[in-house]
Design a protein around this ligand. Structure first.
Ligand code: ATP
Length: 198
């Protein structure tokens, strides 16, 4: 069986940056949040599930997801959000399985997901990595990257487990505080994973 490593971290922690380094080491990375977005347009079973659950307004006449409409339904309603997740998560898991079988020659594979622990996606991985950075650093990074307000960043943080909660699940921690060198920490983990595989 292919070794599967999950990577997560709060908004602005640097998980995508870490994944880019793993890609440079020739490790394939599955970006679950990007895939979740794209399969809303391409996975026919998922599309009909969404149409059944949320009605004809869920898709435009061109067959594209009506994000504004769906967001307005799920944004402040936990049950509706759970309904959507119950459709999307299994579809992402299916896409991940298909993707893994296309990377049989890789030493191991990585799945990046913002809500790895919150969504139970970590259960499909053999081990997981948590990327941590101080909250102030994360806020200033996201402000610089996306130009959004501290309040909006805080709202997103409120929807994720805290680092303390996530640490209970994590097998490995990468400290991306811009004081400790990041790349040596990544290479150390890479070597550990290669050893498990061999
Ligand atoms: P999100 O959950 O919002 O997608 P993320 O955890 O994937 O965030 P990244 O996109 O990797 O985080 O990083 C956030 C921003 O911070 C990016 O613009 C990235 O270039 C920058 N950044 C990340 N790590 C470092 C670092 N060690 N030094 C300098 N800049 C960094």
């Amino acid at each position: 069986m292919m070794l599967k490593i999950g990577i997560t971290g709060g908004i602005g922690s640097g998980k995508t940056t870490v994944c880019k380094v793993f890609e440079l080491l020739n490790v394939p990375v599955f970006y679950a949040d990007d895939v979740a977005k794209s399969i809303m347009h391409t996975d026919q079973a998922l599309k009909s599930g969404i149409l059944d659950a949320f009605g004809a307004n869920s898709y435009t006449s061109k067959g594209e997801l009506n994000r504004t409409y769906i967001s307005s339904i799920v944004f402040n309603d936990k049950l509706e959000l759970e309904k959507l997740n119950a459709l999307v998560h299994p579809a992402v898991f299916r896409a991940f399985d298909t993707w893994v079988s296309g990377h049989k020659n890789a030493p191991y594979v990585i799945k990046e997901a913002a809500l790895l622990y919150e969504s139970d996606a970590y259960k499909m991985c053999n081990q997981s990595i948590l990327v941590i950075s101080p909250i102030e650093t994360r806020i200033s990074r996201v402000k610089a990257r996306d130009g959004i307000s501290s309040e909006d960043i805080q709202l997103r943080m409120d929807r994720q487990f805290s680092d303390e909660q996530k640490m209970k699940y994590a097998d490995h921690i990468l400290n991306n505080d811009e004081k400790q060198l990041l790349i040596p920490q990544i290479i150390e983990l890479h070597q550990q994973f290669l050893k498990i595989e061999s």
